[in-house]
Ligand binder design. Structure first.
Ligand SMILES: *Cc1c(COP(=O)(O)O)cnc(C)c1O
Length: 443
């Protein structure tokens, strides 16, 4: 049997093979009724698509550094895998920087972007030589002082907010008029301040923007990159030299959570960027990208056992082991973060049969702990297994410690062309001992 990997039905077929093999070889137990899977071939394919998309629009020899926004999948083996595939790390905290270093990612493939960097963090970043984007004038003042102690440092830049407006999810919209990120370019006097900041600091060589994540329309993202490019041109014209040599365009490519189709693609976005900001692709500027969700979401899934089924007010409810602890956004903002749910019997065979409207709930003790509401699915029974699809970014890798629920194991999988499945551990399940330590046990 040959299972293709380059079309949606092939991807779904491979996923079902992996679910079957996972439940066969690592069945869900009372101790571990929840686990996550990551399709390593899918990650490789997606990283390849990212490279190909930008290779197709950049000038020969143009410098491009692709990074993963580590918050999207903060697992060291995943960072190591992506680094091997030519995708470095965008980090936003001392912890994320430590993860990137633990994965062996070289300093010149790391970008630090947090809005709240402490002096210690700035000092470490300068000493390591990672690229660093200052978020605001006060941070830039700190860097002025710290540079005196760190004569050698990595590339330094400034994050700007083109204030173009948000998208359909407020919490994901970073380019609104009052966003907390970057220097708000349209505020009175801000543009002049940026021009002076670059004039006074010849070592400031990058501009950074990240206009938004899920829910922001592609043309708005591209317009944000265009505004940033125009500012770079203005700074360079004023300097009479190519002072800004690199533009970091951030991430934000949205993900289709409704089917297995990849839409939009990296190719769509790169092509739109090339059309919107042609000057960015003539080879004068280096480029940095920081995609997160689009690199990983569609390669991950969460498997959870159905523990009980019941009914309330005429609504069937399946109580599973996956809820807010692995699907925070879906539980708290369900209208913005709907997930596909695939249902299987205990051995991983997809369930068929008449579909009925039911709620799929998690184990947490609050009423909103649902991963699906009033969803048409084959009727679930205890022992069945639900799969929350497209959860490779910002779900199992960014757990929520509510109810002292442990972090589930994450297994990477690869499906050979003959359909055989191999697994590798990306994170072991948190033990009770580790959990106690996290919550002050032993103090
Ligand atoms: C979160 C974030 C990203 C990644 O966003 P995605 O929507 O996951 O692509 C990139 N850059 C910065 C600065 C971010 O905060």
């Amino acid at each position: 049997m040959v299972v293709p990997s380059d079309n949606p039905s092939g991807v779904a077929a491979r996923r079902e093979l992996a679910v079957r093999a996972a439940l066969d070889r690592r069945p869900l137990t009372d101790e571990q009724p929840l686990a996550a899977l990551l399709d390593l071939d899918g990650v490789q394919r997606t990283a390849g698509a990212l490279h190909a998309a930008f290779d197709a629009v950049t000038a020969p020899g143009q410098r491009v550094l692709h990074t993963l926004a580590v918050k999207a999948c903060s697992l060291v083996p995943v960072l190591r895998l992506l680094d091997g595939l030519g995708v470095g790390c965008e980090v936003a905290s001392p912890g994320e920087l430590a993860l990137a270093r633990a994965a062996g990612v070289a300093a010149d493939r790391v970008v630090l972007d947090s809005p709240a960097k402490t002096p210690t963090e700035l000092r470490q970043a300068l000493a390591l030589g990672v690229a660093l984007n200052a978020d605001n004038p006060q941070e830039l003042d700190r860097i002025d002082a710290l540079r005196a102690e760190a004569p050698r440092h990595g590339p330094l830049g400034l994050r700007v907010n083109p204030q173009l407006g948000g998208g359909s999810i407020d919490a994901m919209s970073t380019a609104t008029a009052t966003s907390k990120f970057g220097v708000a370019l349209r505020d009175e006097g801000a543009r002049e301040w940026v021009l002076r900041a670059f004039r006074d600091r010849p070592w400031l060589t990058r501009l950074h923007c990240h206009v938004g994540s899920q829910g922001v329309p592609l043309d708005r993202m591209a317009a944000g990159v265009r505004e940033t490019y125009r500012l770079a041109e203005e700074i360079n014209a004023a300097a009479g030299r190519a002072q800004v040599d690199t533009i970091d365009i951030g991430g934000g490519l949205p993900v289709n959570f409704a089917s297995d189709a990849v839409d939009p693609t990296f190719h769509d976005y790169a092509t739109l960027l090339r059309r919107t900001v042609p000057g960015l692709f003539d080879g004068r500027y280096g480029l940095v990208t920081e995609f997160g969700r689009a690199l990983l979401a569609k390669s991950g899934l969460i498997l959870a056992r159905v523990e009980y089924t019941k009914s309330a007010g005429g609504r069937p409810i399946a109580i599973t082991h996956a809820g807010a602890q692995v699907a925070v956004r879906t539980a708290f903002v369900p209208e913005s973060w709907p997930l596909r749910i695939a249902v299987h019997d205990a051995t991983g065979v997809p369930k068929v049969g008449p579909r009925v409207r039911q709620d799929v709930a998690g184990p947490c003790c609050f009423a909103g702990d649902l991963t699906a509401r009033d969803r048409l699915l084959p009727r679930l029974v205890p022992g069945d297994v639900v799969a929350l699809l497209d959860t490779g970014a910002y779900y199992f890798s960014t757990p929520f410690a509510y109810n002292a629920l442990p972090r589930p194991a994450v297994h990477g999988y690869s499906v050979a062309d003959d359909g055989s499945v191999s697994f590798t551990t990306l994170r072991h399940a948190q033990t009770l001992q580790e959990l106690l330590a996290e919550f002050g046990g032993g103090l």
